[in-house]
Design a binder for this molecule. Structure first.
Ligand SMILES: *[C@@H]1O[C@H](CO)[C@@H](O)[C@H](O)[C@H]1NC(C)=O
Ligand SMILES: *[C@@H]1O[C@H](CO)[C@@H](O)[C@H](O)[C@H]1NC(C)=O
Ligand SMILES: *[C@@H]1O[C@H](CO)[C@@H](O)[C@H](O)[C@H]1NC(C)=O
Ligand SMILES: *[C@@H]1O[C@H](CO)[C@@H](O)[C@H](O)[C@H]1NC(C)=O
Ligand SMILES: *[C@@H]1O[C@H](CO)[C@@H](O)[C@H](O)[C@H]1NC(C)=O
Ligand SMILES: [Fe+2]
Length: 464
């Protein structure tokens, strides 16, 4: 680890020396060709008749005292019960929750029974054990609830986008899992890439669920929908957008008064997390627009200092791939983000990594010609992290020269870790997948926009 960090520092210094215009364009490129999806037989169902599989959990309310436990039973609807108890207690004191069970058909595919059980009134900062299935086919998992929401509660999130299920995805995922720090995942959309298979083969949703289970069963993944969740295929009669995704992944949208699981918010530790949908209407008067307009003023930074937004299609991205696709949403919402001092915006979609400076482009009003992004201390940092490693490969064609708003960009796969330390400071690292070791290729302190709106760019120490 120590050696690789050194090597990486050297590399960074080198590329800094050759770059100039905007920020840094790293010259490290892992490999330009896409890797294949791992064969489906690498992800068999767990042993046992009708054994529960594809287990995943996510926060189940607004405050972090509930958890939604989801799983699939391939053959029978029952058992659809989760039993759970405090890890320091024992099974004799267990509670039970019944799941809502659903299933769907997609072209000629029929899903297994998909269960979602919300378990409530959990204690904060407490480890729980939970159990699914019956008799000798019982499977046991565990998770730890977050501490009570508060301004100085430290908490560590992972960030991954556009993961898919290739050999590269496996590397990203394994590096993330091997990092013991992270307590929950901020996932910025594009999960399984089932739609890249003939007839959007939903078996690839199942294999993805089994692939990521060793993390998703143990810590909440906060879900964002991407374009690969649309699964819209009128040519085979599939005309309901997000059908597989919405059946398989439940989120606590009602707790934030959202009318759709595609946009919602949660509080967790010192963070307020808002999830938006790049592929649902967001124009004026639409449900998402109205919801966000009401939502932003509700954020109490004295309670949750860190205001973080997740969405799929980036607003600031200097890759030729998907260039400016996020522009229409930026036009609608950017001035709100600046007004409410959003700290960080994470997006995926572009299969590459990029971090912006704090900039905004909110002056333009169609007659004044003021369309250049400018430095703005109230603006978020925009991070594009669609570099999970999916079947479509790397996006290695950046616009030249690097625009002034771009602080760091690199065409390789990886994941990030965001460590909220207290109300003023967060430490962030992006780990590229390199030589089977997750290397921190980009790291920086972020200062909170509400409590400590200082310039991070020209400081390398925490207390600048
Ligand atoms: C679904 O249809 C495709 C194309 O006709 C075929 O290859 C596949 O075997 C079918 N699957 C099922 C479960 O019938
Ligand atoms: C995924 O990565 C892990 C850890 O490196 C390895 O053990 C496993 O064999 C990989 N899976 C596949 C299908 O290559
Ligand atoms: C557009 O912006 C310019 C300069 O910022 C301002 O003078 C003008 O009043 C604005 N026009 C409208 C219609 O708001
Ligand atoms: C990079 O993108 C530009 C703009 O879309 C395109 O003209 C160029 O051919 C691309 N280069 C490569 C190597 O794909
Ligand atoms: C917040 O965290 C930073 C980084 O760990 C530290 O330097 C700073 O002293 C902390 N602030 C307070 C008030 O503890
Ligand atoms: Fe995407």
């Amino acid at each position: 680890m120590r050696v690789s960090t050194g090597v990486c520092l050297l590399l960074l210094l080198q590329v800094t020396a050759v770059c100039c215009n905007g920020g840094v364009t790293s010259t490290y490129v892992r490999k330009p060709y896409a890797s294949l999806d791992m064969p489906i037989h690498h992800f068999p169902s767990p042993p046992g008749f009708n054994a529960p599989e594809q287990v995943h959990i996510t926060q189940g309310d607004h405050e972090g005292r509930s958890m939604i436990i989801s799983w699939v039973t391939p053959l029978h609807r029952s058992p659809n019960v989760v039993r759970y108890w405090e890890a320091k207690g024992n099974f004799n004191n267990h509670h039970k929750a019944h799941a809502k069970t659903t299933s769907y058909r997609y072209y000629n595919y029929t899903s297994g029974y998909i269960h979602h059980a919300t378990i409530r009134r959990l204690k904060h900062d407490t480890e729980y054990i939970y159990e699914l299935g019956k008799h000798k086919h019982t499977r046991r998992f565990s998770f730890t609830t977050p501490p009570k929401v508060g301004p100085d509660v430290p908490y560590t999130f992972g960030v991954i986008g556009d993961l898919g299920q290739t050999y590269d995805s496996n590397q990203t995922f394994e590096h993330y899992v091997a990092n013991p720090k992270s307590q929950a995942m901020l996932f910025v959309g594009d999960l399984s890439y089932a739609d890249d298979h003939p007839f959007h083969d939903s078996n690839r949703w199942d294999s993805w669920g089994r692939f990521v289970e060793k993390s998703t069963a143990y810590q909440p993944w906060i879900w964002t929908a991407g374009n690969h969740e649309l699964d819209l295929a009128p040519e085979i009669g599939e005309i309901t957008p997000f059908k597989p995704y919405l059946h398989r992944y439940n989120v606590p949208h009602k707790a934030s008064k959202s009318t759709s699981p595609l946009w919602y918010s949660i509080k967790r530790a010192s963070a307020y997390i808002i999830v938006l949908s790049s592929y649902s209407a967001y124009g004026k008067y639409t449900p998402q627009y109205n919801w966000l307009k009401e939502e932003l003023p509700k954020v109490n930074r004295a309670e949750t200092p860190w205001l973080i937004v997740l969405l799929h299609s980036p607003w600031y991205n200097s890759n030729n791939y998907h260039y400016m696709e996020g522009e229409s949403m930026r036009v609608m919402f950017e001035s709100w983000f600046v007004k409410h001092k959003v700290d960080l915006v994470f997006a995926g979609h572009v299969h590459s990594y990029e971090r912006s400076k704090r900039i905004s482009n909110v002056k333009y009003n169609i007659t004044n010609g003021l369309s250049t992004p400018v430095s703005d201390a109230s603006a978020p940092v925009y991070i594009t992290i669609g570099d999970g490693g999916n079947i479509e490969g790397i996006a290695d064609n950046f616009t030249e020269p690097q625009p002034s708003y771009s602080a760091f960009r690199e065409a390789s796969f990886g994941h990030a870790i965001l460590e909220l330390k207290n109300r003023t400071h967060a430490y962030y690292t992006w780990h590229r997948n390199q030589e089977n070791e997750a290397v921190a290729a980009d790291s920086t302190w972020f200062y909170n926009r509400y409590w400590y709106p200082h310039d991070e760019e020209h400081s390398s120490t925490p207390m600048d």
